[in-house]
Write a protein that binds this ligand. Structure first.
Ligand code: FPP
Length: 231
């Protein structure tokens, strides 16, 4: 594939974000950690509203990892309560704005009322055309193991058959991964899907991340030449 055609294909369709830095944001402002997470949800809300004008088909957000259960109980409760509130308050907007919710990760292990709320939201948004994928109780290694087991149950284990059983099956290929807060690692997020994704790491703490920051990352992405292993 020529450089020109790589450039021509460089509009991102699927962006995933590791939303990091809520705690540090709160600490810098001498506020409780919960406040950092609360402001983190506001950043999520603004970004979801920006997805359509930016022409993205899919935004995937790492909201709660399977390792996040190790945090103090009070913080886990705060995060779960924010999730309850977020779905309740923003579901009508998703429906009105053609957003289709998708959950990746083992969300059925969350509290039964949250599972019910999520399943209601999945159903009510099922006709939407732009996808908001939220990773909940998600761990990429676990996702790959589950997918490989399903593939083996069905027959041959190949990259294609594994991919068909990943939680992200049906989503567009991942184009760009962004991580906020200056950390440069994947933290068990979308390891398979990152195989050919571009990556942008920014110092901004998540509550300060705005649609303008996303646009900058998209501009950066558009200027890159993607090689997919070729020359
Ligand atoms: C990382 O900040 C962020 C998280 C562990 C969770 C991300 C959650 C949100 C943005 C809010 C909830 C989202 C939804 C969709 C309801 P950190 O606490 O690890 O920050 P630190 O590294 O500075 O301590």
């Amino acid at each position: 594939m020529s450089t020109e055609s790589n450039r021509a294909r460089s509009k991102a369709r699927h962006v995933a974000i590791i939303m990091d830095g809520n705690g540090r944001w709160a600490k810098r402002k001498h506020l409780p950690r919960a406040m950092g997470h609360q402001r983190g949800v506001e950043a999520v809300r603004k970004l979801v509203r920006a997805v359509e004008p930016m022409g993205l088909d899919c935004l995937t957000l790492y909201a709660f990892s399977s390792e996040n259960w190790k945090r103090p109980e009070e913080e886990v409760d705060d995060l779960m309560n924010l999730l309850r509130k977020f779905i309740k308050s923003d579901l009508p907007e998703f429906v009105a704005n053609d957003v289709r919710l998708k959950i990746i990760g083992d969300y059925k292990a969350l509290a039964p009322d949250i599972v019910a709320q999520l399943e209601d939201a999945l159903e009510k948004t099922s006709q939407g055309s732009r996808i908001l994928a939220v990773a909940l109780n998600y761990g990429s290694q676990d996702e790959i193991v589950r997918a490989a087991r399903h593939a083996a149950d069905e027959g041959e284990v190949t990259a294609d058959s594994i991919e068909r059983h990943l939680d992200t099956a049906g989503l567009p290929p991942l184009d760009l991964l962004i991580r906020t807060s200056g950390e440069v690692r994947l933290s068990n997020f979308l390891l398979w899907q990152c195989a050919y994704a571009e990556m942008v790491f920014v110092d901004t703490l998540w509550p300060d991340f705005t649609p303008e920051h996303l646009q900058q990352a998209l501009d950066d992405f558009a200027s890159r030449e993607r090689r997919y292993g070729g020359r």
